[in-house]
Design a protein around this ligand. Sequence first.
Ligand code: ZN
Length: 312
Amino acid sequence: MSPRNALVAIAVVAAALGTTALASAADGGAADASVADAGTFTYDPPGQLVPDSGKGRVDMNVYAPGMRFPIESGPAFANSQVWGHGGNEGTGGQCDKENFSYPWHDNYCETRDWDMPMCPGGHGHQGQDIRAASCKPGVHATVAVADGTITSVGSYSVYLTTADGTRFDYLHMQDVAVKEGQQVKRGDPMGKVSNQFGGSATTVHLHFNIRQNVAGVGSVYVPGYLSLVKSYETLQGLDLPDAAPPPVAPPPAAPPTVQAAPVTTAPEPAPAADDGGCAATGSSPPPASFGAVLALAALAMAFARRQKRRAR
Ligand SMILES: [Zn+2]
């Protein structure tokens, strides 16, 4: 594909992506929502979309582990544009504080016409929409999520491809800071979060895709939500070791069962098998009556010996 055709293709794709995502003109110049009180980061689980916005894919796989978050600094808010405030299916304006609050919402499989083999309905949105810390365009920088090569640049979109073939797409930017063929390092500037849409405007956000070759499926847009969650936790310093769930320690082994007196030649109960302790409940000590029988037998033998001595 020639560079010009590639640009046309990107423009067509991007235009189709946003056919229902046009921002209302009324809120285009609204003041920034305050994000000072964004609070503790929380996120809805993968596959849980905004109600009535489609059927999501429940997928706990982190497709791009270790990637950097694509916006330079937080807070940031992954959520729906079309079904959020200011979207065609939402109420209010795009700068409403509800759009700049947690929890995050997955919108990878949100209703669109795109063929999406990994979405339950076979169609979906391809990527994740992310709002930056405010709704002001041209302020919040986007950055390379990994080392790689810029493989396509449109008027507001950039594709970054890494050595393993993963492609990361950034859409709706202004002030695009890279050129096709350029090598970039993780964290290098890519552009600014904006509402660019090739003439018309969308809401101010970054649309972010991850495209990979999936065994049995082919080269597809993969769910990027959890990769974004992980990279955002790193960005915000929320992934410290003590924040991780503690490793599951095996339960302590059961102490060997101490058999009650009398001491006999009866076999000791078997020690608990070394399989995590689960066998402890299966190696029960001999029943109490067994010990009693032994004790009685010992008494009987002693009695018999005494009788023998007496008989002598
Ligand atoms: Zn989008």
